[in-house]
Write a protein that binds this ligand. Structure first.
Ligand code: 5AD
Ligand code: SF4
Length: 444
């Protein structure tokens, strides 16, 4: 059975690594003659690239897969494919196999590169294809050519994670750390620059350990220095950094390489030493605060963002007070805050003293209120200042204004003409909010 439709509809959940993987998957489908669509009625293929970092993500994704059933019922030739992190877990494969019989193709994180073959098999046999590899293979560089989409691009520099933080499912579904060869990374970025990309964000679960697994090891700092020299690339960002692996060499590179943005995403996760130990993070709150001091001394106007989990098993009121205290001392520009979510297969899921939902939500609200206050106060210091903004396009909320970001990754909105898009302009800030800065362009 087949359908006359030629569209593919992608649903991507989770982190930027997944966003980037979805671009690759889309490239495969385009090479096969399909066309991206945002109209579900036009879709011959629904591609769900899933996440499993928290239970809430899984619930949402399963709900969405349930909604896709109607398209399959209306047109049995439609293919529903579910891949990525959620589908990498054996119990989820069973669930999808048994409770979602209309899902035609299930694949994991290690065989994304085989999408064309798996899809062809599905179409030719008319049977379900379930293909989830238990171990990671080689890195595949023979992926569809990249289509730059605008001024900014994400570039994955390494896959997997070796850290096994006790709450985290990622090492189980994405395997061990594997670095791409520096030559492949630089070639990809050079090609993006030729297509007009000015800003790249290097991605990995823990970019600080980039290169350690290579036959000819190269440090992350040295990779950054190389990326900083690619012609046309004006801004380089990276995420995510594990605090235990931030080496002096990286701090020096941040201070010395002009293209490196003054921003670091440095997840602290908790402010209590007892909880940090139970999380398997290998640093103390003091180590973290000292590291921040070193970074800020080396990089003027450095913006720091973080991730924090509340309600890790056994977290007492005192532990949580330590987190609030650390947040006050660290003065983050922004924090991504999460309720601890029990992930089966991780050590923390087995711990006694799981925290009840109400306590978690209560702590979450307190943390959010504190962080919002700090974010606003930090932004207020920018009132009257002039910042450099790489202009990305028209503001979605107000078509008379342009939007862009500072090197420190803050969103700036200001009135201006389309011809400024793609340029870096000086903007004077005259109003600030928790998330956004408002201003006007300085006359040249
Ligand atoms: N529960 C809640 N948050 C989690 N994270 C990872 N695992 C969990 C979990 N089980 C958060 C961490 C990480 C971010 C990407 O997601 O803060 O840095
Ligand atoms: Fe998960 Fe820790 Fe690895 Fe980040 S460093 S992906 S939190 S195990």
């Amino acid at each position: 059975m087949s359908t006359d439709k030629k569209g593919f509809f992608t649903l991507t959940y989770g982190c930027q690594m997944n966003e980037r993987d979805s671009e690759t998957l889309a490239g495969f489908l385009q090479d096969m003659g399909y066309v991206a669509t945002e109209d579900a009625e036009e879709a011959a293929i629904f591609l769900v690239n899933s996440c499993c970092v928290r239970e809430s993500a899984e619930r949402k994704i399963l709900g969405k897969i349930g909604e896709l059933r109607k398209y399959k019922m209306a047109d049995p030739g439609v293919i529903i494919a579910v891949g990525g992190c959620m589908a990498q877990q054996p119990h989820m494969v069973e669930k999808l196999r048994n409770s979602y019989p209309y899902v035609d193709l299930i694949f994991g994180t290690h065989n994304l590169h085989r999408l064309p073959q798996m899809l062809t098999e599905c179409l030719q046999s008319g049977e379900r294809v379930i293909d989830v590899w238990t171990t990671e293979g080689e890195i595949h560089e023979d992926l569809p050519a990249r289509q730059a989409n605008g001024l900014k691009a994400h570039v994955t520099i390494m896959y997997g994670c070796n850290n096994f933080c006790s709450y985290c499912i990622v090492p189980y579904v994405r395997g061990r750390e594997r670095s791409r060869l520096p030559g492949d990374v630089i070639a990809e970025i050079t090609a993006l620059a030729v297509q007009g990309v000015q800003e790249v964000t290097l991605l990995g679960q823990n970019v600080n350990s980039y290169g350690k697994d290579l036959e000819n090891p190269l440090s992350f700092a040295d990779l950054l220095r190389q990326v900083g020299q690619v012609e046309g690339i004006k801004r380089v960002r990276f995420m995510t950094s594990h605090p235990k692996d931030v080496e002096p060499e990286l701090i020096a590179a941040m201070a010395e390489v002009p293209a490196l943005c003054p921003h670091i995403h440095l997840p602290v996760q908790a402010g209590s030493d007892r909880i940090l130990r139970a999380m398997n993070r290998y640093y103390t709150r003091q180590d973290y605060l000292l590291l921040l001091g070193r970074l800020r001394a080396a990089v003027p106007h450095l913006a720091v963002t973080t991730d924090i989990i509340v309600g890790f098993p056994g977290e007492t009121d005192e532990d949580f007070a330590d987190t609030l205290d650390l947040v006050r001392k660290a003065q983050f520009d922004h924090a991504f805050t999460f309720l601890y979510s029990k992930r089966s297969g991780t050590p923390a899921a087995e711990l006694p003293e799981q925290i009840d939902g109400e306590t978690k939500r209560n702590r979450f609200q307190q943390l959010l209120a504190l962080q919002n206050e700090i974010s606003l106060a930090i932004n207020q210091r920018l009132l009257g200042q002039v910042v450099d903004v790489l202009v990305e396009g028209r503001s979605k909320n107000d078509a008379t204004r342009l939007t862009g970001r500072t090197g420190s990754n803050k969103i700036v909105v200001f009135p201006g003409d389309d011809q400024l898009i793609g340029q870096t302009v000086a903007v004077k800030i005259n109003e600030v909010r928790t998330w956004t800065l408002l201003g006007e362009q300085l006359a040249k």
